[in-house]
Write a new protein. Structure first.
Length: 212
C-alpha cells in the first residue's frame, strides 16, 4: 500500500500514520527525517540540499523529491509506504507525480475547524520539565500547574487560537484541494474523526479493509 493521509493540522495524521506503519509493516516516510538522513549520509542530493540549508534557504521541492525518490528505493519500501508531511500543496503533489512517486490510496480524516481549534488551543506544556497536558483530555491535577515540578504551565505560540485559525486558513486554501487531486488519480477514502485515537484507528482500519 502506497498511502498518504490527508486532513487539517491537528487531525491526528501523524499519530495514525505511526499506528498504520506498525500494523502494515511499512515505513512512514517523513520529509524532515529523510532530509536529515540524506545530508548526514552525504548522498549527491543530500549534498545539494545541504548547500541550501547552509545558506539559510528553503530546500526546493525538486530537491526534496530527489531525496524522497532515493529513500523509496530502499528495501523497507518495497511493500509500500506512508508519506508524512508531503505533499502540502498542489505544486508538490504534481512534482511527486512527475518524479514517478506513486500513491495508490489516499485517506482523508474529516474534522471541523472548531474541533481543531478546541483540540490544539487546549494544549499546555511545562517550560521547565517539558511535561505536556490538555485542558480537557489530560488536565493537570491543579489547574495551570505542572504535576511533576510545580511550574506554571504555558501555551506554545503555534497552539494559540489565532495561530491555529491562520494554519486552518492556509490548509483550506493550499492543502484541502489535494483531496480532489487524489480523487482523480487514485482511491480516496474519507473517515470522520472520532472521540478517541483508538476509535479513529478503528474506522481507518474499516475504510482500508484491515481487520485485526
Amino acid at each position: 500500500m502506497k498511502l498518504i493521509l490527508l486532513g487539517a493540522p491537528g487531525a491526528g495524521k501523524g499519530t495514525q500514520a505511526e499506528i498504520l506503519a506498525k500494523r502494515l509493516a511499512i515505513p512512514t516516510i517523513s520529509t524532515g527525517q529523510i532530509l536529515r538522513a540524506a545530508v548526514k549520509n552525504e548522498t549527491p542530493v543530500g549534498q545539494l540540499a545541504k548547500s541550501y540549508l547552509d545558506a539559510g534557504e528553503l530546500v526546493p521541492d525538486e530537491v526534496i523529491i530527489g531525496i524522497m525518490r532515493e529513500r523509496l528505493t530502499e528495501a523497507d519500501c518495497q511493500n509500500g509506504y506512508i508519506l508524512d508531511g508531503m505533499p502540502r500543496t498542489m505544486t508538490q503533489a504534481m512534482a511527486l507525480e512527475a518524479g514517478g512517486i506513486e500513491i495508490d490510496t489516499s485517506l482523508a480524516i474529516e474534522i471541523s475547524d472548531q474541533e481543531i481549534i478546541d483540540r490544539i488551543s487546549g494544549r499546555r506544556f511545562c517550560p521547565e520539565c517539558g511535561e505536556t497536558y490538555h485542558t480537557i483530555s489530560a488536565p493537570p491535577k491543579v489547574e495551570g500547574v505542572c504535576d511533576v515540578c510545580g511550574t506554571e504551565l504555558a501555551t506554545r505560540k503555534d497552539d494559540a487560537p489565532e495561530t491555529v485559525r491562520n494554519r486552518l486558513r492556509v490548509y483550506h486554501e493550499e492543502t484541502e484541494p489535494l483531496k480532489d487531486f487524489y480523487r482523480s488519480r487514485c482511491e480516496l477514502l474519507t473517515v470522520d474523526n472520532q472521540p478517541s485515537i483508538e476509535e479513529t484507528t478503528k474506522v481507518i482500519y474499516e475504510a482500508l479493509g484491515i481487520w485485526t
